[in-house]
Design a protein around this ligand. Structure first.
Ligand SMILES: Nc1ncnc2c1ncn2[C@@H]1O[C@H](COP(=O)(O)OP(=O)(O)OP(=O)(O)O)[C@@H](O)[C@H]1O
Ligand SMILES: [Mg+2]
Length: 403
């Protein structure tokens, strides 16, 4: 593809659709490259996304890629929200669509994690509440994002908007009711952030967006995704389909809310609006105004914009970059699993001693008998071990006391 691009002269100064002059490459994911460009008509900077070229694809596949891009443009254009990257235009260049978007000088959460290994729970809760606010609006418009992940959450790193959080890349989102672009049993997205039902081949829904948001926030607070890291996407997909996440250990006050977002059974997850409110309550430590929190730039515990969000905080040698790079992939095979998701036990809360069953998150349905058995199991185990030790001690004392 790089070779095709250079043959067509795509690079700095290239003029797309007679209007957008490319300046520099901002990055490139699994579905295309993003450029900073100048809109020569309106004299403003834009971000322009060249979706993977259709050259070399068979005509059907090429048409599907073009249709997906147009759909992405139409979906994103329906949304106008302060925490969502605005879609300005779809420009056709040599018959291929390019998406023209609001440019936010920013750092993605995936990039932020190259600076700070993990982000503090209160900052993550605040970011989560803001993204959930934008996604609540998307869901109300009938749009499911389908690819929520750290690389698609941007935080402004300079200027007037410093600290502002926006979700980008409704890359494979589609309005519900649009014709599907995947055949049955084939999935597109980023495996590390899939919900279990999507890994099992179901169509993404609002509830699967809730799970992916939970998985994204889990990753930035814990330093790795809920199902761990695996360069083999198929092996990872199997772990996702089983729905057993690693228990979070660094999420502190965010733990219960995260676990609620990451419920294996989609029916037990909160709605996006409930998720936003729960995340906002964590961020405000139960005290404050949700609307105010959602409208502010992200701030650290001392009230300042965190260091990782500043452009002046340099990226180190990207030693961990490969660990968390996770590109959108198309054509993954769905995994068959016989255990219904409603029978998968909820993950337990943070490790505590003495162990106590975790309180259900606010708004969650009453725990089932199975949940309660699982929750009380560590205590029962502890009591049994104590009884055994006591019995052995008594036996030893009795034996020693005999003449
Ligand atoms: N609107 C934007 N304004 C500024 N920078 C952006 C914008 N959109 C994307 N970027 C930058 O470009 C990078 C690449 O974006 P892109 O969406 O192509 O890849 P990704 O999200 O990392 O992966 P994928 O394509 O697999 O979703 C992002 O990480 C971000 O830093
Ligand atoms: Mg992206």
């Amino acid at each position: 593809m790089e070779q095709e691009q250079s043959e067509r002269g795509i690079g700095p100064e290239y003029l797309v659709a007679g209007r957008y002059r490319l300046r520099s490459k901002l990055g490139g994911g699994g579905m295309g490259a993003v450029w900073l460009a100048r809109d020569t008509l309106l004299h403003r900077d834009v971000a322009i996304k060249q979706v993977t070229t259709t050259a070399g694809l068979d005509p059907d596949e090429a048409r599907r890629v073009r249709e997906r891009t147009m759909r992405e443009g139409r979906n994103a254009a329906k949304l106008a929200h302060s925490h969502s990257i605005a879609m300005y235009d779809v420009a056709l260049e040599a018959g291929e669509p390019w998406l023209v978007m609001e440019y936010l000088p920013s750092r993605s959460l995936a990039q932020a994690m190259n600076i700070a290994d993990t982000l503090p729970p209160l900052e993550v809760a605040q970011i989560g509440a803001q993204v959930a606010d934008a996604l609540t609006a998307a869901h109300a418009a009938g749009i499911v994002h389908r690819d929520i992940k750290p690389g698609n959450i941007l935080v402004a790193d300079r200027g007037r908007e410093l600290g502002t959080v926006k979700i980008s890349d409704f890359g494979i989102a589609r309005a519900k009711g649009d014709s599907a672009d995947t055949t049955n049993g084939v999935i597109t997205g980023t495996p590390a952030y899939f919900s279990p039902e999507v890994a099992r081949g179901q169509d993404p829904t609002e509830a699967s967006d809730v799970f992916s948001l939970g998985a994204t926030l889990y990753t930035v607070v814990e330093g790795q995704p809920p199902f761990g890291i695996d360069s083999d996407s198929i092996a990872l997909l199997h772990r996702v389909a089983k729905a057993e996440i690693y228990r979070p250990s660094k999420a502190g006050p965010l733990t219960d809310t995260l676990l609620h977002l990451l419920e294996p059974d989609p029916a037990r997850r909160p709605t996006m609006a409930e998720a936003r409110d729960a995340l906002a309550r964590v961020a405000m430590a139960g005290d404050g105004n949700v609307a105010h929190l959602v409208g502010s730039p992200v701030y650290a515990a001392d009230g300042t914009i965190p260091a990782w969000a500043h452009r002046s905080t340099l990226l180190p040698d990207s030693r961990r970059r490969s660990k968390l790079v996770s590109s959108t992939q198309a054509g993954l095979p769905a995994v068959h699993q016989s255990t219904p998701l409603k029978n998968v036990p909820r993950p337990l809360g943070r490790l505590q001693w003495p162990p106590r069953p975790t309180k259900p998150a606010p708004g969650s349905p009453a725990p089932t008998v199975r949940d309660q058995v699982v929750a009380w199991a560590p205590i029962a185990m502890g009591v049994m071990v104590a009884i055994l030790i006591l019995a052995v001690l008594v036996a030893v004392i009795v034996l020693l006391a005999q003449p």
